[in-house]
Every structure is written in C-alpha cells, then in structure tokens.
Design a protein around this ligand. Structure first.
Ligand code: C2O
Ligand code: CU
Ligand code: CU
Length: 431
C-alpha cells in the first residue's frame, strides 16, 4: 500500500523459458516470471494502481477483464505499452467480490500474446462474501484453476497448434501452466475458481464420477443461491466458482467432455472446436484426514434484478464472418455511444453455425433471455462473457453507471481470440 492509500501491484511482461516437461525448455512469456502472472487480490472500495512494464521487444497491453473502471485504465488496444515502456493505470474497486482476470489486448495480436503465457487472475473480495464463510485459504481450499490448451512435440517442447476456423487448438491441457496437474485436498470442501484462459477451446467441465458440485459464482460475482450441477460449460474468458465436497482418501478427476449438446450445435460443426474431445483437467487427491467444512449456505448474496420496463435503449449485434454488424474493427471508428445511467438491452446473435462468444468491457450484464427463454440458474448472475450458440438470440441487460469519457472507447468482441484479432470487435464510448 502506497503513501496515498492505493494498493500497488507491479507487472512486467517478459520473455523467458518454461520446462513443461523436466529438462525440456520452451520459449514462453509471462508477467514477473516465465509463464502466466501473479494472482492479484484487492478489496471492494480499495484504490489500486498497477505499474505495468513491458520488457518484450514488441508492444503489448494489459486489460482487466471483468473490471468496472474508466476507459483510459481498461488496457484495451488504445492503451498499448511500447517495448521498454511503462503504463500506470489506477482506479477504485467498485463491484462485488469476483474472480476476474487480466491479459494483453494489443490490436490484432491478442491470441499470440495470451497463448505465449501472458495472463493472470485478479480476485476481488468484499464483506458480503466474507460473511458467508466460504473456503478462502488461497491455494489450499480456494484454488485458481487457469485452463489452457497447448501442443507439445515428441520431445516435450511446446509446438505450433493447428488452426481451425475457431482458432488454434492444442491437444494437451495446462492448469496454471502445469501439465498433468493434481491437487492435494486437505479440506472436506474445496473452492475451485475455474478460468477458461484458452484462446479458442470451449470446455464442459465435469468430474469423472459425475458428482454434483455447487456452482456459487460466475464471471462478475457470487450467485444469489448455489446451483447444484454436474457440469459447467465455459467458453474462452468465462469464469465459474464451484465447491467440491470430498471424502478422506478419495480421488476425483475433473475432466472436460465437450459434446455437440453442450455447444447447442450439430456434431460435425462442434467437432472443429473440440466438439467431441475429452480431457483430464485436474486430479483432486484427498488426504486421509480432512478439515471439516460446510457446504455453501442456501442463500449467498443479493443480485439485484434490472427491470425490463426501464429499458431505454435497444441495440442489436449480429456476429458473422469476421465482423459484427458487417463491419470489421476499426480503431478510429466509434460504433456505439452509450449514456451514463441508462438501462440498455443488447440483443446479440450468432448468425453462423460456428462457435462465437460475446464479451463487453467495463460492465457486468445480466442475461434476460436465450432464444426467448429465461436463462438457466447458472447463467442468471453477473456475466461479462457468454458463449453464443449458433442462430440464437441472446438478450442482455446492462447499465453503465459512471466513468463517462467521450474520447476513449471500450470494446465489445468475440472472445475466441483469433476472431477478435481478425476484426470481430467494436468500440463504444460512455458519455
Ligand atoms: Cu478478455 Cu476484450 O477481453
Ligand atoms: Cu474484457
Ligand atoms: Cu467468434
């Protein structure tokens, strides 16, 4: 904490090397280390400042995905940090406890920068969350799980991933940068903070024995009540917090078994996105004696609803080809102008039989309907990124409460990063 009361973090993007297999170095990038970056933790109401340095030999940026903050601090393509340069965003944490993350956003280069290893988690806490007594010992019973796909050659060196229309896909999974990971479980209940940090692959997470987990949170914070479920689907950029109960001595393997069903797409179209692929993600190994822990309480936090009767502005977005609304991203063009304090309904549609997703900067939104139906309980909380099943209307309600700045745009885009880089992105200002 600095003299002025701000919590200060330092992040340096640098090139390095990582031994995913012992003795076999691969060239990687990371923040403050060779791969990924530190987990940043802050408290609601706190001011934070991040001293970002770029030790790479090309420009990059650091975007705070899911964070409500002024556009100048957002770290999108307009806040590039030159090689050898620095950038010092500062803002006040003004949103509920949540699992957010950070990653580069340089125009046209985001997929490559994230794939090389530039990403990390940004956890927010608040009093409402603390009062629930959820597992909260970081790395022990409150565990980040950053899932990324990667490919390795026969020697164990990181290799090129073949490209498809969804972007490059890897044949192996890394969790927090580790191949074949396991977690020693020491408590009856463990909180996993799942982040799909992959550039293109979509996962449908479930345990090998199909045990029920409690889904307690999504992108922008905790749900009103836990949702008992066997599986959690996450497209790139989405997060979920789940509680897993285990017996002493038990083993359980978190897997991803994607299906056409989970994608809402025909099998042959789902396949190029890993539609039929199955992966082991993370093995949980429970010790012979576990610390006692409760399940989540029946009620978690208040998630106030927007009243659709208050909607003052409607916008439509259709995703197809490399465009949104038939336009490719143009750094010099503002696509939408939003007024502070106005409730908006954004109707988003994937016009193709291909996977896409939709992410909006600065705001957490609520899903009003999917294909005309109310969202399932697991999608009823705060979201900033959603998977767009083909040919389905997603209606989103959102309100931009402050941070007016007519000069500096925020982004909305597909979070399949190759699509974003190809121009499936637009810009809006809040005035
Ligand atoms: Cu996670 Cu515009 O990004
Ligand atoms: Cu974002
Ligand atoms: Cu897309």
């Amino acid at each position: 904490v600095d003299a002025d009361g701000a919590r200060v973090f330092e992040l340096e993007a640098r090139a390095g090397s990582t031994e995913f297999t012992d003795g076999v170095p691969s060239e990687t990038w990371g923040f403050n280390g060779p791969y990924l970056g530190p987990t940043l933790v802050a408290e609601r109401g706190e001011r934070v400042r991040v001293e970002v340095a770029n030790a790479l030999d090309e420009p990059t940026s650091v975007h705070w995905h899911g964070m409500h903050l002024p556009a100048k601090m957002d770290g999108g393509p307009h806040q590039a940090v030159e090689p050898g340069g620095e950038w010092m965003p500062e803002w006040e944490i003004d949103q509920p406890a949540a699992t957010l993350w950070y990653h580069p956003h340089p125009h046209g280069e985001t997929e490559r920068h994230v794939e090389r290893g530039l990403a990390g988690m940004f956890l927010l806490h608040d009093d409402a969350e603390r009062a629930l007594g959820l597992p909260s010992e970081y790395g022990v019973d409150d565990v980040p799980v950053i899932v990324q796909d990667a490919s390795f050659d026969d020697d164990g060196r990181r290799g090129r991933r073949p490209g498809g229309f969804a972007g490059a896909l890897g044949d192996d999974l890394l969790v927090n940068g580790t191949l074949g990971p396991f977690l020693d479980v020491t408590s009856e209940v463990t909180r996993l903070r799942l982040l799909n940090g992959s550039t293109a692959r979509i996962y449908d997470f479930a345990f090998d024995d199909r045990r029920t987990v409690q889904l307690i949170g999504t992108d922008g914070g905790l749900l009103e009540a836990p949702v008992d479920t066997e599986h959690v689907r996450l497209s790139p950029g989405e997060r979920a917090e789940v509680l897993v109960r285990m017996e002493p001595g038990e083993r359980a393997v978190l897997q991803s078994r994607m299906s056409a069903d989970a994608l809402g797409a025909p099998e042959q179209l789902a396949a190029p996105n890993g539609g039929t692929d199955a992966f082991d993600v993370l093995e949980l190994r429970a010790g012979s004696a576990l610390g006692a822990a409760d399940d989540a309480p029946d009620r978690l936090v208040d998630v106030p609803d927007f009243d659709p009767a208050d909607v003052a502005v409607e916008r439509d977005f259709s995703l197809g080809g490399h465009e949104i609304d038939d336009r490719e991203m143009d750094m010099g063009r503002i696509d939408e102008t939003v007024t502070v304090g106005t409730l908006e309904r954004w109707t988003v549609r994937n016009e193709q039989q291909l996977p896409h997703s939709f992410h909006v900067h600065d705001v957490q939104f609520r899903i009003e309907s999917i294909g005309g139906q109310p969202p399932p309980a697991e999608l009823a909380g705060w979201k900033d990124t959603i998977y767009l099943a083909p040919r389905t209307d997603f209606r989103l309600l959102m309100r931009f409460d402050d941070h007016a700045d007519p000069e500096t745009p925020y982004m909305y885009h597909c979070h399949l990063l190759q699509h974003e880089d190809q121009g499936m992105m637009g810009q809006f200002v809040v005035v």
